[in-house]
Design a protein around this ligand. Structure first.
Ligand SMILES: C[S@@+](CC[C@H](N)C(=O)[O-])C[C@H]1O[C@@H](n2cnc3c(N)ncnc32)[C@H](O)[C@@H]1O
Length: 254
């Protein structure tokens, strides 16, 4: 099911949607002050752009994602890295294997088991950095996520639960309960850019929550509606741009 949602348009996701996330990845890697030789695990690594950028710090990278088709792209980009298809709630690495773990919108409030397992594979004093959505609906780029609401009601409720970690104090408590000393929440730059309404529609159609909308209204209808939505936001000579509030947390394993 995860691979159907996230992997069915893996090339579109990797080449059209994911490049916008580079701001987030570069920012968090710099905040972690990655050091050459450190061992890093990227949890829910998707198609591996974050791993590719982390490698530029001289870091030894591993990653895991439940989508086999996204991992295929990640391996193509990072042939030397240990990239596995699997469940972040049962990480297939030994205790104390990593100095640093990252999770870019991968570990959610609904997945405490994943944080426990990250703790297990980190060495004592190792750090986890995770990003979580803030107030999406109040963000200037909120319109870009409107297509997710074209899913059935029950699926939308689940999406809302998954963003609870962005609320003040919730993420810190989540890390603390998971055996980490959390630092204060920080703002992470996040903006999506698309050249035109058609590329926006194709890019947004490639992400997991859109799959739930596509199941509800069909792909052709989804794409038509997404193009019409974006046409209302075209700015002559500029890309479509949507900034979304995103927060980061860093916790140190006790
Ligand atoms: C919001 S995306 C983030 C992906 C990537 N970190 C990025 O920045 O693009 C969520 C990712 O979690 C993966 N995923 C969902 N459930 C998972 C699980 N139980 N174990 C591992 N990966 C999972 C999906 O396949 C998807 O790639």
């Amino acid at each position: 099911m995860v691979d159907e949602g996230w992997g069915r348009k893996a090339a579109d996701f990797a080449a059209i949607a994911e490049p916008s996330n580079a701001r987030e990845y570069v920012f968090v890697h710099a905040r972690l002050e990655l050091q050459p030789g450190q061992r890093l695990l990227d949890v829910a690594c998707g198609s591996g752009l974050a791993v590719e950028l982390a490698r530029m710090w001289g870091v030894e990278c591993a990653g895991i994602d439940a989508s086999g088709r996204l991992i295929e792209v990640a391996r193509d980009r990072n042939p030397e890295c240990d990239l596995r298809v699997g469940d972040m709630n049962a990480l297939p690495w030994a205790d104390d294997s990593f100095d640093v773990a990252t999770s870019f919108r991968g570990i959610w409030g609904t997945t405490p088991e994943a944080l426990n397992d990250v703790r297990r594979v980190l060495r004592p004093g190792g750090r986890v950095a995770m990003t979580v959505w803030g107030n999406v609906s109040k963000s200037p780029g909120a319109w870009m996520f409107l297509p997710f609401l074209w899913a059935e009601e029950a699926r939308i409720d689940n999406q809302a639960q998954m963003v609870s970690l962005g609320r003040p104090g919730v993420g810190e408590a989540f890390l603390s309960d998971g055996g980490f000393d959390p630092e204060e929440r920080f703002v992470v730059p996040f903006a999506m850019e698309y050249a035109d309404p058609e590329s926006y529609a194709r890019g947004i159609a490639s992400v997991g929550p859109s799959y739930e909308a596509i199941l509800n209204i069909g792909e052709a209808e989804f794409l038509d509606r997404a193009v019409a939505l974006a046409e209302g936001h075209v700015r002559t000579g500029l890309p479509l741009r949507g900034e979304i509030e995103l927060f980061g947390y860093i916790g140190t394993k006790r």
